[in-house]
Design a protein around this ligand. Structure first.
Ligand SMILES: NC(=O)c1ccc[n+]([C@@H]2O[C@H](COP(=O)([O-])OP(=O)(O)OC[C@H]3O[C@@H](n4cnc5c(N)ncnc54)[C@H](OP(=O)(O)O)[C@@H]3O)[C@@H](O)[C@H]2O)c1
Length: 258
């Protein structure tokens, strides 16, 4: 995809590590100029120097900080063509009966409202003038009833619906899509893959967990011209996990003849 984003300016929230950092690298390799956003300034400075991009320290749920980042992107890079709403919060793990209001409000603020707020700001500041592409990052958990992550998963389900709504409202000049990852080896999911990574990978049709680059490749496709007739869609990137566990059983696999 080298050169496919030449001339584009992209904002990647949560761009200092994991899926966001891999996405920023993929965009830079495709020729875009990139603004990465996260909360820790010292990490941002180091990463931006390593990969060669701009940085802005902001909590994505903070409207004043988001506005300042949009302004800084326009003044430093001249335009905004691409927004990747990737940062997420998951402050609670446990049954709904133990979810406290503060955690619930934080999940709703960061995982559900912030992507809409950043889309509003990017649209008003730039995309309304010249079009653009927005990609929201959901989770395969949005389709599951799971112990522990119910409210986070419900915010991700809402984000998939909001992606469809935004696509309808912002077409034809702005395309809005979503990527729904399965389990990826990042800090966010570390407790899960450190404890059960081999077992989970063995049950996947593709027999491995995701790497941040697997998700970045899907995001790059959705913002590229190769996806110019795709909007409002959610691309599941999960090693085939959502096909169902029966398909992932080693004992059920067809064996090669001989
Ligand atoms: N990893 C998986 O298995 C998996 C599966 C499904 C979906 N996802 C989704 O993929 C996306 C990326 O996750 P990841 O696994 O790459 O996570 P990660 O490695 O933990 O990275 C999260 C990034 O977001 C930033 N961030 C967190 N909260 C923020 C906030 N309130 N404001 C601004 N930046 C914030 C972090 O930096 P600071 O902490 O310095 O702010 C970091 O740059 C998320 O939307 C997540 O829900 C991940």
């Amino acid at each position: 995809m080298s050169g496919t984003l030449e001339g584009d300016v992209a904002i990647v929230t949560g761009g200092s590590r994991g899926i966001g950092r891999a996405t920023a690298v993929a965009f830079l390799e495709a020729g875009a100029r990139v603004m990465i956003v996260s909360r820790k300034q010292e990490v941002l400075e180091r990463v931006a120097a390593e990969i060669g991009c701009e940085w802005f320290a902001a909590d994505v749920g903070d409207r004043a900080a988001a506005e300042a980042c949009i302004d800084a992107t326009c003044s430093r890079l001249g335009r905004i063509d691409i927004l990747v709403n990737n940062a997420a919060a998951s402050p609670h793990y446990g049954p709904l009966m133990e979810l406290d209001q503060r955690s619930a409000e934080r999940i709703a603020q960061v995982d559900q409202w912030a992507p809409v707020m950043w889309a509003q700001l990017a649209w008003h500041a730039a995309m309304r003038e010249h079009g653009g592409r927005i990609v929201n990052i959901a989770s395969i958990g949005s389709t599951l009833v799971q112990p522990g992550l119910a409210y986070y998963n419900s915010a991700k389900a809402a984000l998939i619906h909001l992606t469809r709504q935004l696509a309808a409202e912002l077409g034809p000049d702005v395309r809005v899509n979503c990527v729904s990852p399965g389990l990826v080896r990042t800090d966010l999911a570390r407790p899960l893959w450190e404890a059960r990574g081999d077992e989970i990978a063995a049950a996947l049709p593709l027999r491995r967990l995701g790497q941040p680059e697997d998700i970045a490749a899907a995001i790059l496709f959705l913002v590229s011209d190769a996806a110019s007739w795709i909007t409002g869609q959610t691309l599941v990137v999960d090693g085939g996990g959502s096909l169902g566990s029966a398909l992932g059983q080693v004992s059920d696999r067809p064996q090669p003849p001989g």
